[in-house]
Design a protein around this ligand. Structure first.
Ligand SMILES: [Zn+2]
Length: 172
């Protein structure tokens, strides 16, 4: 198990990132703020990482569900975050899935923030993914679509409507 050391250091790094985010008020505290478990809806105790390449992409979970989920994708130190993150969690809402795909296609939250530019920083992108009720602002959707091929119709169906059936192929 030559990977063990790297694996553990990735976990430690990510847990420190989460602790700092909670301290800074960027993340809620699962227990203190009464979050519910992403898997079972019970009272959450912890944050679970599915991918240590995304230290602040976490799900609030209860202890038993956290144990059941097992290990996250190990962190690839010094390399770009893996772009093929398997979304094993079944709790992704349709609106959360599209921004997550855009982040993966861009190569991470910071990369997607750079795609949008202006005042948008990684923390904003994090919010789009994680803040309750948050959405990708409609004015950024076309830029994101052009850069990541994630459709504006998937990013904000409430603004752009459902995807036209064959429009993307027919319009070429
Ligand atoms: Zn649970």
């Amino acid at each position: 198990m030559a990977e063990a050391g790297r694996f553990r250091s990735g976990a430690r790094y990510c847990h420190a990132q989460v602790a700092a985010a909670i301290r800074d008020g960027k993340l809620k505290h699962p227990a203190r703020d009464g979050l519910t478990c992403a898997d079972c809806g019970g009272p959450a105790r912890d944050y679970d990482h599915r991918d240590y390449n995304a230290p602040l992409t976490v799900d609030a979970v209860c202890r038993p569900c956290n144990l059941r989920r097992g290990s996250a994708v190990p962190r690839t130190i010094g390399e770009r975050a893996a772009t093929t993150v398997s979304t094993t969690s079944s709790d992704l809402s349709p609106t959360a899935a599209a921004p997550r795909r855009a982040v993966n296609a861009a190569g991470g939250q910071s990369a997607l923030a750079r795609v949008v530019g202006g005042k948008v920083k990684q923390a904003h992108v994090w919010n789009w993914l994680n803040a309750p009720g948050a959405k990708v602002p409609a004015e950024f959707c076309i830029t994101i679509e052009a850069a990541t091929r994630v459709s504006r119709h998937d990013l904000r169906p409430d603004v752009f409507g459902p995807a036209p059936a064959v429009a993307s192929k027919a319009s070429a």
